[in-house]
Each structure stands twice: as C-alpha cells, then as structure tokens.
Design a protein around this ligand. Structure first.
Ligand SMILES: Nc1ncnc2c1ncn2[C@@H]1O[C@H](COP(=O)(O)OP(=O)(O)OP(=O)(O)O)[C@@H](O)[C@H]1O
Ligand SMILES: [Mg+2]
Length: 236
C-alpha cells in the first residue's frame, strides 16, 4: 500500500551544518505517528522539511506517492499538509477569528473544518473570537494554532510540540480534541517531548537522535529501556 506521507533518506542542512541524515518516516492514512527525541534531535527540522519550509532533494518527501520535496510551502499546504508550528506563531495584530481565517487563506477545498466546526471543537475560542490571539492563555493560543491549521482542511496535520509549557490539565483538554480531528479524516504527525503523551496518542512512535531515527515501533512493542537508549543514546 502506498503511504499517505513518506520521507525517504531525507537530509537537511542549515548552511554547513547537517541536521538530518537520511530520515525514513511513514504515515499511513488514518494513522497518528509521534516523533520523540531530545532537544536538537532534528524534530522541528523534519516537520519543516515535510512542510516545504526547508528545501530538500527530489524523491525525499512523497505525499500520496508524488514527490513534493521541491515544492514551496504554500503549494505543500495547498495539497493538504498543514503545520501547527513550534511556538504557535500566531499573528499578534490579528484577532482569534482572523488568525483562524488565515489558515483557510488561498485554499478553496471543501471539508469538515470551517469557523463553526472549529468553534465546536474548541468552544472557548468562540467566546474569545474578537480578542487579539496573543491575549489568550497559552493553552487557548495553542487551540488557535491547531484551529488555524485545520481551517485548510488538511489530510495531514503536523503538530510540533503542542504541549510544551502547558499545564497537564490543559494538555489533556487539547489532546481530547484529537479523536474528533482523526474522525474528520486527518492523519497526524505529532512531535512530543512528553514520551508518555506520545505513547498514549500514537499508533506508532519514532525516536530521533542527532538527526537520525534511532527507533520506531508501536507503543506496545517498545520497552522503556529501548526508548531510553534511543532517546539518550545510552542504556539505562
Ligand atoms: N535556523 C537554524 N540554523 C542553524 N542550525 C539550526 C537552525 N535550526 C535548527 N538548527 C540546528 O539543527 C539541529 C536540529 O534542530 P531542531 O530544531 O530540528 O531540533 P528539535 O528536535 O526540534 O529540538 P527542540 O526539541 O529543542 O525543539 C540542532 O542542532 C539545531 O541547533
Ligand atoms: Mg523543535
């Protein structure tokens, strides 16, 4: 079966510095895959490479079997890959609703996600819709960032560290929305530093270290020792 999204021997560099060394990743339709790994492992670089923010070689990123590695970010998004970026990156001068509408900008595809369905998913955003996006709590801002990505009706949703800096109860509220996002048809890649959260939400987990995938498997197949070794490069 053709993967929905696949990276094959993906490399990435920042000038002379090589950040990814031949990363292979596979996401099948309907799946949630989690990427875990320590600071600097290359998780964000992987997300940016898939999203077309960083250029990569032909055939290194395939979407529905088609090479997309050479496409600019806007075209990758138009094909159906949306990113919730690290640090949320809301537009500070825009309201919550305007931030959400930016996610649909330039896309005409039909799909389940519109302002009203995003407000159903995160009702607090409807109450705060005329507030500046940045006047919200961290958790609410993260909901705006997720809602903005959904507004493009993506087939693949890339989420980079959505729980970073948030209280456990807020993280739980945000992840409570994921079954609905999946049911509406999106396949999901999440980057998580919280390994427990990653194991809970994902069908498969890949661990990265120093620009390489060091372990991949289903949560039930992975032992704590294997994860520890893949994450830190040492045996517990
Ligand atoms: N713009 C940049 N210019 C130069 N080097 C960079 C740049 N962005 C990231 N790097 C380097 O690339 C490597 C991978 O960084 P990346 O941000 O992808 O890691 P990460 O796994 O997302 O880490 P974190 O958990 O801290 O978000 C690191 O060594 C980092 O210092
Ligand atoms: Mg990162």
């Amino acid at each position: 079966m053709t993967a929905l999204l696949e990276t094959k021997g993906l490399t990435a560099r920042y000038g002379d510095f090589q950040a990814l060394f031949g990363v292979d990743l596979r996401l099948d339709a309907g799946e949630t895959v989690a990427i875990i790994g320590a600071n600097g492992a290359g998780k964000t670089t992987l997300m940016r490479s898939i999203a077309g923010v960083l250029a990569n070689g032909p055939g290194e990123v395939l979407f529905d079997g088609q090479p997309i590695g050479a496409l600019p970010a806007a075209q990758v998004m138009a094909r159906g890959i949306a990113m919730v970026p690290e640090g949320r990156k809301l537009f500070p001068s825009l309201s919550v609703e305007e931030n959400l509408l930016m996610g649909a900008y330039g896309r005409k595809v039909e799909g389940p996600w519109r302002l009203d369905t995003v407000y159903d998913l995160f009702p607090v955003l409807k109450e705060r819709r005329n507030n500046p996006g940045t006047a919200l709590s961290g958790g609410q801002q993260q909901m705006v960032a997720i809602g903005r990505a959904l507004m493009s009706n993506p087939r693949v949703l890339l989420c980079d560290e959505i729980s970073l800096g948030l209280a456990p109860v807020v993280i739980r509220d945000i992840y409570a929305a994921f079954p609905q996002i999946r049911a509406a048809g999106a396949s999901i890649v999440i980057v998580e530093q919280d390994i427990g959260q990653a194991l809970k939400v994902a069908d498969r987990v890949s661990c990265m270290m120093e620009g390489r995938v060091t372990l991949t498997g289903r949560p039930a197949e992975l032992s704590r020792e294997d994860i520890h070794a893949a994450y830190f490069g040492v045996h517990a």
